[in-house]
Design a binder for this molecule. Sequence first.
Ligand SMILES: NC(=O)c1ccc[n+]([C@@H]2O[C@H](COP(=O)([O-])OP(=O)(O)OC[C@H]3O[C@@H](n4cnc5c(N)ncnc54)[C@H](O)[C@@H]3O)[C@@H](O)[C@H]2O)c1
Ligand SMILES: O=c1ccn([C@@H]2O[C@H](COP(=O)(O)OP(=O)(O)O[C@H]3O[C@H](CO)[C@@H](O)[C@H](O)[C@H]3O)[C@@H](O)[C@H]2O)c(=O)[nH]1
Length: 454
Amino acid sequence: MGTGYVGLTTGICLAYLGHEVTCVDLSQEKVDLLRAGRSPIYEPFLDELMHEAAHNLTFTTDYAEGVPGAEVVFVAVQTPSLPDGQPDLRFLRMAAESIGKTIDGEFTVVVNKSTVPIGSGNWVESILRESFEGFHSRRAAGEFAVASNPEFLREGSAIHDTLFPDRIVIGSDNPRSLDVLNRLYRAVLNQSFTAPTFLPRPEEVGAVPLVSTDLASAELIKYAANAFLALKISYINEIGKLANKVGADINQVARGTGLDARIGSRFLQPGVGWGGSCFGKDTAALIATAAEYSYDMPIVSAAREVNQRQREEAVNKLLDELRILKGRKIGLLGLAFKPNTDDLRDSPAIDIAKLMIARGARVKLHDPVAAERFRAEQPELAASLCESVDEVFDDSDAVVLVTEWPQYLELDWGKYVGLMRTPVVLDGRNVLDPQRLSRLGYTYLTIAGRPVGL
Ligand SMILES: NC(=O)c1ccc[n+]([C@@H]2O[C@H](COP(=O)([O-])OP(=O)(O)OC[C@H]3O[C@@H](n4cnc5c(N)ncnc54)[C@H](O)[C@@H]3O)[C@@H](O)[C@H]2O)c1
Ligand SMILES: O=c1ccn([C@@H]2O[C@H](COP(=O)(O)OP(=O)(O)O[C@H]3O[C@H](CO)[C@@H](O)[C@H](O)[C@H]3O)[C@@H](O)[C@H]2O)c(=O)[nH]1
């Protein structure tokens, strides 16, 4: 239920592994696209895998086509933040009600794949029961059980992460549902499937650990993991600020720190900070859940504050360099919250563009993939979109690299320096070569830590 980043990826991967899958979404537009063999989202390899698994896939808006007879029903609907930080569970409630009405006969495991607050499994179970009993006019007697199977995929590498996960977590208080899900995931757990030709199995992937637990623990694992990743990034960004002050090179500091196996080198890339549909929403939800128990989480709160400061820092860096932003033309390279996705949810680029505009600057925006979606989702900024990278640089006072798309890293930077009014580049992801850009005549600025010697 739900054919977004998670539901569609899960459905397509399970179909590829040989299961018969019906993907249900309320959006007729999405279902029409999918029936025509086109993915509504940009995600590497999704189209290819969808075509390979087409014989096992059906797309519909009708729960009655997807639920009756299904052994497993996954719920992968969105759970966006409400203003108080709690996740909006409207979509989950709606899905549970529809499932309750359409479940019939055989034992069905209803699995929460959406990221949902602790206790949601029990809540969903009660909605299913009410809905089933109201619709069928009889008591539910073992027709279904609820499980939690949190998702850890990253956008941009969603298929890879689903077929070759670090672990699978299954939470359930019902042994039968654990058995069903164990069978469903057997090929992934044993890595006994033939990997797609376009996405070979990485050498280091062995058997995948299964964490089998109770419902509440599985739900908390998802939030604990996301909050930890978010705070790891905020931590390196905080260290980056200090590196800036003391004249240290944050890239070397991150490398030298991360090579300690207890720390790990991933998620220590400094820059404008994290965005996307998960870290902001899930850290807010964790804090909101804790508050329900009169408990505060200062570490998680601080990670959020530091992250917001990074976005403001992008503007402050340019203000320091250009002195005045009013009337300046500032180009932004990248709108998606990270490369290899068209997802714009909580993208740092949008905040940074708005902060620049609030200071009187004119922004020029570009993204190789997310521009169309941006036009639809941010109509008030659509006029600032540029067709080409040339336009972003042309007559600009500064250009900010916000999303490290490979296309931007491979630009012929020498070609653009002469196009700019003042050749200032702010490397928002610490991924450009400062020496090379300086040699080409740019004034090179970084968000976190000024490379030593510049
Ligand atoms: N995006 C990620 O990288 C990611 C990774 C792990 C977990 N999650 C979690 O997974 C959940 C889904 O995230 P997403 O990014 O895939 O969301 P999304 O917004 O991309 O997709 C949700 C889909 O559900 C559909 N939908 C809404 N209500 C429905 C209903 N009642 N019945 C059927 N379809 C319905 C929507 O039309 C939409 O297509 C969220 O809880 C999110 O936190 C997301
Ligand atoms: O060292 C790093 C790593 C990431 N980021 C930023 O952090 C954000 C999130 O990146 P990433 O985690 O790769 O993407 P998501 O698709 O948001 O995936 C996260 O959120 C998902 C939704 O819950 C989880 O399933 C994943 O495990 C978790 O990594 C992006 O803006 C990145 O630019 C950094 O700034 N520095």
